[in-house]
Ligand binder design. Structure first.
Ligand code: UDP
Length: 251
């Protein structure tokens, strides 16, 4: 059997050439990293959970008309996605203050923001993904004004969808990060939600107890990351509703 071609290996995922032109296989690793990969570990089952959770969120988005790169899940750790040109920005949406926003502006973590705030970081690990403004984005040509209008609208739609889905299972969506891809269709181009949406890239707090159910559990050594992600998956019905702590999959 021919060995498939690896296109890219990142901190949490590997991308392989897909079976048809214009497709990519996205493989979810168990590796967890934080603080620009200064803290690293292998968390058994994380990849399996994120593959399922990202499928769940991307499918839901597509059902409400938000275009995504997701095509179908292939197996426990892999999904087939549409290949796209990633815009070199991390698009962050915040509903409550936390993390770098709290540090930067001195706002206590957990403070509700007057409205969702969208921020952009330039995707460059060697620079630690610095915060940039629309001025930088336009001047350096990372995205056009039309792209920025579309990105803002996609980000806010993802925020409304994710906030609602989470609220329904007693979880507060504090903030999250998405990445946007560009696809070409004949003479036209459009933007789609790409990469992944999972507890690796969101802050999720239990509404009743404030318990963290996201990657901060790893960043801040707050307990088992697999237990936290399994709890999110269990509440969303992605895992069976028994007290499973191991990622047992349902079909
Ligand atoms: N985030 C991410 N990848 C990054 C940076 C941030 O997924 O490289 C997510 C992070 O999990 C959180 C949100 O974006 O949900 C806002 O992160 P923040 O700017 O507060 O940075 P942090 O405190 O994580 O360094």
């Amino acid at each position: 059997m021919a060995r498939r071609k690896k296109i890219y290996e990142g901190k949490a995922k590997i991308l392989y050439e897909g079976p048809e032109p214009g497709t990519i296989v996205q493989y979810f690793k168990d590796d967890a990293t934080a603080f620009n990969a200064e803290k690293k570990d292998v968390i058994e089952g994380k990849g399996v959970l994120n593959n399922r959770l990202s499928e769940f969120f991307m499918t839901g988005l597509s059902q409400i008309g938000v275009p995504t790169h997701f095509i179908r899940r292939l197996n426990m750790r892999e999904q087939l996605v549409r290949s796209c040109e990633i815009i070199p920005l991390e698009v962050i949406v915040r509903n409550y203050a936390a993390g770098s926003l709290s540090k930067r502006l001195g706002i206590a973590e957990g403070t509700q923001l007057p409205r969702p705030i969208v921020e952009y970081c330039y995707k460059d690990d060697s620079l630690g993904d610095p915060l940039v403004t629309e001025e930088h984005i336009a001047a350096f040509g990372w995205a056009s004004q039309q792209d920025m209008d579309d990105i803002l609208s996609l980000a806010l739609r993802v925020n409304d969808f994710m906030s609602g889905v989470m609220l329904a299972v007693g979880i507060r969506l504090v903030d999250f990060k998405i990445e946007i891809g560009r696809v070409y269709e004949g003479d036209f181009q459009r933007l789609i939600v790409a990469d992944e949406i999972s507890p690796d890239s969101c802050r999720l707090w239990d509404i009743e107890t404030g318990q963290k159910l996201d990657k901060d559990v790893f960043r801040r050594d707050l307990g088992s990351l697999t237990d936290a992600y399994s709890e999110v998956a269990r509440r969303l019905g992605v895992l069976p509703k028994s007290n499973v702590t191991k990622p047992t999959l349902i079909n």
